[in-house]
Every structure is written in structure tokens, then in C-alpha cells.
Design a protein around this ligand. Structure first.
Ligand SMILES: [Zn+2]
Length: 357
């Protein structure tokens, strides 16, 4: 935990005492990290008092960029996202600036967490960028709230890969999931990756969308057993309507689908793809969607996108190309892969029966 001080305009996080000569208002608590970011929970400090103007920062998440990423700045991506999405469609975020000594202190703490075996092993030796002092402040969407349920999901590739074979029986997401699950057969129900087909989710067909919603409920472990106000079936119907017809959820998925096509029309196998655009398309294929709904079924369902900030691009083009080759050459797209007899062949994809022989 790192003690810090907040400042209002422009939003900034300062080290304790340096500027204000007073006790810290907040602590930054390590929450989790991915390939490109470290997330901190902002908590009130035990001794300090919080300026009323800063109370809204408490319990929010602060997302800071790692230094292993491309030169595309948080600020530039922030503007790209704002240009492509309505503010009501994305998880509200605020750009803040951190004092360099806060970043130094957090990096020292990361080293300590690494020595203590707390950081994930695949993230070792990764630190927060000291060049880009911008951070993003955002609400913790999964924080418990009475009467409100939240499911986090990844819409993934809402279109087939532009370079998939024409006779594919799996979309890009299902082909990769089939490969991942086959390579790690110890993964059982709940541990398997991606149990629904994104093309079914965006199909605008109730019969295909409802099973996806049921799978989301199972994997998110959302239960309405003790909910007297609204049955689970009614909520599943509500969510199915949200992702079909004129539902707002389908509108948002279609927008995401259009942007995935716009930023990557040709795939990673092209001679000289625009790496910045391709990276943004990959971000759009790996972003999260938070679905919020109330237990009484009376309030409208809400969906917001998150994790839209830049993915690392270094070494990624060769990774994306190699993966596309493996999915094609090993038969994961066409369903002609070699799999152990003990395993059932993965037939989750919408294309499986449509393009079946
Ligand atoms: Zn699929």
C-alpha cells in the first residue's frame, strides 16, 4: 500500500507530504494486473481526512500503464475511445496524472510483491511506465451493490477472422478456445475457456442467444434462488430481449463488430498491416462488457464496455500470425484437428452445424 494525496483540478495524485505537508488522504492498494496495466484500489487512509471534493475517488480503481508497451500514450487512446463510443456505452473513466515519485514508490512495491511471491509469475519484471504519468480512474464494476447484479463477459471476435479458411466450422474465438481446451485437458467445466460462440451472441436469434445467456449465468455463478422478486428465467428472458431486435445490447455489440471490421479488414497475415490499427482491433476483440441488471426486473438492463486501453504491440504481430497459422494448419478452424479420443470434440461454434457436412 502506498500513501498518497489527491488534488482536484487537474486531477492528480501526489506523494504524501511533499506538496501539502500533511497526512495522506488515501492509500493505493495493489489489486491485480494484466499484460499492459496494473490496477490499484483507492482506499481511505487510516489517519488522514478526506477532502469532501475527493470522496468520489474512494473505492475506485486506478489503472496504470506498464513500461513494456508501445509508444501509444494513454491520452491518445483515451481520445480514440471517446471518438468511437458514446460515453454511456463505456465504463466511465477519468484521466489523472501521477507525480513521478508515486510511480517510483509503486514500482518499488511491485518489486517487493514479486520477492514475496504475490505477483503472477508471468508478470515478473514488468513495471509501471515512468514516461507516461497518466492513469485512468474508474469505478469498480464488480463491487457488491444491494439489489444489483453484474456479470462480466468478453464479447471477443464478433466476426470471423478475415484469413480463416472458407470451409471453417469454427469462428476465430471458438477455434482458439478448442485449441486451448484441448492443450489443457485438465480444465473441466468452469475452467474451460470461452464456452459460448460470439457469433451466436450477435446473431439476433432468440433461440441462439438464450443458451449464451444461460452459459454466462453459469460461468459468472449468478444465482437467483433466493430472489422472490424476479425469477432467473424472467431475467434471462429480459437479457435475451436486450441482445436481440432493437435491444440496446445488440446495438452495442453491432457497433463493436463494425469497429472490429473497420480497424482490421484484412487480418494479421497481410504484408504490412497498420500495427496501431490492428492493435486497436485486437483491443476491441478482447475488451470486457459489464452487464448490470436489478433483481426486481423493473429497471432496464445496462451494458458498458471496459478494458479498451491499448494492448502491448511489441512482438505481437509475430504472435498473432503464428497463432493464425496454427489454427489453420492444425485444423482448428475446419474441425479436422487431431484430438485425443478421450476428449469430446468441441462443437460449441455456431458455424459447426451450419457448415457441417
Ligand atoms: Zn464460434
Amino acid at each position: 500500500m502506498i500513501e498518497a494525496q489527491l488534488d482536484g483540478d487537474p486531477p492528480a495524485i501526489h506523494p504524501r507530504g511533499r506538496k501539502y505537508q500533511q497526512q495522506s488522504e488515501i492509500v493505493l492498494e495493489y489489486h491485480k494486473e494484466g499484460g499492459a496495466n496494473v490496477l490499484y484500489r483507492i482506499q481511505p487512509s487510516a489517519q488522514g481526512t478526506i477532502d469532501p471534493a475527493h470522496r468520489t475517488w474512494i473505492n475506485q480503481l486506478l489503472r496504470l500503464r506498464k513500461d513494456n508497451i508501445s509508444s501509444i500514450s494513454v491520452d491518445s487512446y483515451h481520445r480514440t475511445i471517446k471518438k468511437n463510443f458514446e460515453s454511456d456505452d463505456i465504463v466511465r473513466s477519468e484521466l489523472v496524472i501521477c507525480h513521478p515519485s508515486i510511480i517510483d514508490a509503486l514500482n518499488l512495491e511491485l518489486k517487493q510483491l514479486e520477492d514475496d511471491g504475490i505477483r503472477p509469475t508471468k508478470r515478473l519484471n514488468q513495471f509501471i511506465s515512468v514516461k507516461d504519468l497518466h492513469g485512468m480512474l474508474m469505478p469498480n464494476m464488480l463491487a457488491p451493490a444491494e439489489g444489483v447484479y453484474t456479470i462480466e463477459m468478453k464479447p471477443k471476435w464478433l466476426l470471423q477472422s478475415p484469413t480463416a479458411p472458407p470451409n471453417a466450422r469454427r469462428c476465430r474465438t471458438c477455434a482458439k478456445a478448442a485449441r486451448d481446451n484441448c492443450k489443457a485437458p485438465q480444465r473441466q467445466w468452469g475452467g474451460r475457456v470461452h464456452l459460448y460462440c460470439p457469433l451466436a451472441l450477435v446473431s439476433d436469434d432468440e433461440e441462439l442467444v438464450t443458451p449464451v445467456i444461460r452459459t454466462l449465468f453459469k460461468t459468472a455463478h449468478v444465482s437467483f434462488e433466493n430472489n422472490a422478486l424476479c425469477s432467473q428465467d424472467r431475467i434471462i428472458n429480459l437479457l435475451t430481449s436486450y441482445f436481440t431486435g432493437s435491444g440496446d445490447g445488440l446495438r452495442l455489440l453491432k457497433q463493436l463488430q463494425d469497429l472490429q471490421a473497420k480497424f482490421d479488414p484484412d487480418g494479421a497475415m497481410g504484408i504490412a498491416p497498420d500495427l496501431e490499427k490492428l492493435a486497436f482491433a485486437m483491443t476491441l476483440r478482447d475488451c470486457s462488457m459489464f452487464l448490470r441488471f436489478s433483481g426486481d426486473c423493473d429497471r432496464p438492463v445496462e451494458a458498458r464496455l471496459a478494458d479498451l486501453d491499448p494492448k502491448p504491440t511489441e512482438g505481437k504481430l509475430s504472435y498473432w500470425r503464428k497463432l493464425e497459422e496454427q489454427l489453420t494448419d492444425e485444423g482448428w478452424y475446419t474441425g479436422t484437428e487431431k484430438f485425443q479420443e478421450i476428449q469430446k470434440q468441441d462443437e460449441v461454434c455456431l458455424l459447426w452445424t451450419r457448415n457441417g457436412t
